[in-house]
Write a protein that binds this ligand. Structure first.
Ligand code: FES
Length: 148
């Protein structure tokens, strides 16, 4: 039986499932994940005005914002921390700050977890995880500088 005939016998739905199994990304465990593989930012050095609208989520402990591929968070103790949004596992841009284990950086693509200093907390795919890049933060009045 030829491929075309085979697909015809399956019907439209089954043929579609066989031909397009990766519409939402094959390398993720969750079909809702829409991360993108990107390069880790270099030369990071920017300032956030904490009174501006872009910083609204930093008013609350546990809140975070994304800027220039950096996750800037106000941890559960009220201190500012920053890490790469680009996961050290497979470079998806899905690292976020989450209220788990006292506040960690987390990538939902494959479940990598990192301490606030970038130290990996778990293994993914049985491989030793790499450290997540973290950045310095410096608060001066209402201005928060994030830099390497
Ligand atoms: S890319 Fe795999 S856990 Fe982040």
């Amino acid at each position: 039986m030829e491929r075309k005939q085979f697909l015809k016998t399956l019907g439209g739905g089954a043929a579609f499932a066989l031909i397009f199994p990766c519409l939402h990304g094959c390398s993720t465990d969750d079909p809702e994940i829409t991360g993108t593989i990107v390069e880790e930012p270099t030369g990071v050095d920017f300032t956030i005005d904490l009174t501006s609208s872009e910083a609204v989520n930093l008013a609350t402990n546990g809140g975070f914002i994304l800027k220039n591929l950096v996750v800037v968070a106000k941890n559960l103790q009220g201190e500012y921390v920053a890490a790469s949004q680009v996961c050290s596992h497979q470079a998806y841009d899905q690292v976020r700050f989450v209220d788990q284990k006292g506040g960690i950086f987390y990538c939902d693509v494959h479940g990598s977890q990192f301490e606030q200093n970038g130290t990996p907390l778990n293994q993914v795919d049985g491989n030793a995880a790499k450290t997540l890049k973290v950045y310095n933060v410096e608060l001066s009045a209402d201005m928060l500088r994030v830099f390497e």
